[in-house]
Ligand binder design. Structure first.
Ligand code: SIN
Length: 479
């Protein structure tokens, strides 16, 4: 009996695959050490998973919502029971501090629990007919096989946020985690099997060939929908490749979140919000603050308080006690963050704290004052622990600056004036707005963006709709 939850191969049709000889290594971003060697499933295993999911759909989609709910409840329990081991695996493969990994296990499980309940409330409609001899009924049915293509920054929660509603709705799933973090996904496959999902209902395929595996999924007529979390560039590729099969897509893509501090804000609360929103997962989340816009009257106070709070952060291996900032995912990410800081320096930005890479694995938590529109991070997502602070003088200017981006995922602002709160919240062109709050992710609310941040919503009562088709039934001659 295996003692830990580390598995080294794809899980397809209720079995751990044994075909093929190619492998790839999963390494710890904190020190480059090998965590595991994993069998590379590639396109062949992806295609097998698609067939298995297609075959399983026939019976899974016909089960009652109550039956599916019971298995999802068991899955939720098993995830929570294995919190420590799942968190350890997550920290080993993606670097986030253990306390954040444990938080992610709870966050991830919450989607399974929520949709175990929500699946029982997939109601249809009876519509008054325009003639006496007709009856009009609307039902909702599972869309079919779905593929969840997921990132390394939330190796567990981005999977459960997609497969929770899909499985509850009656869909079967193929999960393709990114090759940087396959181990959490494989551990979830094991727990899904223990929970009682029949063979073929949950499949996890791992491999390095992101492009090939993605293309196989996009071009398969058997896959009816893709739910993807990742960059806007890859989202566009998946969308283009899915045209020929008319596939539905939910895309949770890049962001450029503004965080506005008005002159009437509670500054201490705004600092708390900025800290959690900016430095969570070393700044590597799609909803991390990218631009902090501060009213000129409170700029000095906010800037010095934020710098002081940042000076308390401890950087290190996520497994070590007291660490708040883990490694960046890879050296390319360290280089990119360095580039943003150097660019800002050259353009007149003040490095108030931090600003440097450590050992090619980490980046010092950084605050940059006097940020301006011409700096690269004004239009690009930083995805690192760098806070850039801009100054503004009127509400109109703040809203204009906040909306001046192609992205529209999360936004945040702090003010104690109720009228201003309503007006600003309505004016922000974003899918989500945190008002006097820096951490807004929860299973009960719809997560998603507008503009180049994608479409579709995850979590909440809206989250299951993406996995359902509407069918209109017209009963004629009812005489
Ligand atoms: C993400 O970064 O993609 C997800 C963040 C969250 O769920 O809070």
């Amino acid at each position: 009996m295996k003692q830990d939850l580390i598995f080294d191969r794809s899980y397809v049709n209720g079995e751990w695959t044994t075909e093929g000889t190619a492998t790839f290594e999963v390494t710890n971003p904190a020190n480059g050490e090998k965590v595991a060697t994993v069998a590379d499933g590639g396109v062949t295993i992806t295609e097998k998973a698609i067939s298995a999911a297609h075959k399983a759909f026939g019976s899974w989609s016909k089960k009652t919502a109550k039956y599916r709910s019971a298995i999802l409840e068991k899955f939720n329990d098993l995830i929570l029971e294995n919190t420590d081991e799942l968190a350890r695996i997550m920290t080993l493969e993606c670097g986030k501090p253990l306390v954040e990994s444990k938080g992610e296990v709870a966050y991830g499980a919450s989607f399974i629990k929520w949709f175990a309940e929500e699946g029982k409330r997939v109601y249809g409609d009876v519509i008054p007919a325009p003639t006496e001899d007709r009856r009009i009924v609307v039902i909702k049915q599972p869309i079919g096989v779905i593929a969840a293509i997921t990132p390394w920054n939330f190796p567990l929660a981005m999977i459960t946020r997609k497969i929770g509603p899909a499985l509850a709705a009656g869909c079967t799933v193929i999960v393709r985690p990114t090759y940087e973090s396959p181990l959490t996904a494989l551990a979830l496959a094991h727990l899904a099997e223990k929970a009682g999902f029949p063979a073929g209902v949950v499949n996890v395929v791992v491999g390095k060939d992101s492009a090939g595996m993605g293309k196989a999924i996009c071009e398969s007529d058997l896959v009816k929908k893709i739910s993807f979390t990742g960059s806007t560039r890859i989202g566009q590729v998946l969308m283009a490749q899915s045209v020929s099969t008319m596939k539905k897509l939910s895309l949770e893509l890049g962001g450029n979140a503004p965080f506005i501090v008005f002159e009437d804000a509670n500054i201490d609360k705004a600092i708390e919000g900025a800290m959690v929103s900016k430095y969570r997962n070393a700044g590597q989340t799609c909803v991390c603050v990218n631009r902090i816009l501060v009213h000129e009257k409170v700029y000095d106070e906010f800037t010095s308080k934020l710098t002081k709070a940042v000076s308390q952060l401890k950087v290190g291996n996520g497994l070590d006690t007291g660490v708040n900032i883990g490694p960046m995912i890879n050296t390319a990410a360290v280089k990119k963050t360095t580039m943003f800081v150097e660019d800002a320096k050259q353009k007149g930005g003040d490095i108030l704290i931090g600003g440097k890479a450590i050992d090619n694995c980490f980046f010092e938590p950084t605050v940059i004052g006097n940020a301006t529109k011409d700096m690269k991070f004004s239009s690009e997502e930083i995805f690192g622990p760098v806070a850039a602070i801009y100054k503004f003088s009127t509400d109109e200017e703040a809203i204009q600056m906040a909306n001046d981006t192609i992205y529209g995922l999360a936004s945040y602002f702090y003010s104690q004036n109720v009228a201003r709160c309503w007006k600003v919240a309505e004016a922000l062109e974003y899918g989500m707005v945190g008002i006097n709050e820096g951490l807004i992710s929860t299973e009960v609310a719809p997560f998603g963006g507008v503009k180049y941040s994608g479409h579709g919503r995850e979590g909440s009562k809206y989250g299951i709709e993406d996995y359902l088709e509407i069918k209109y039934m017209c009963f004629g001659n009812v005489i």
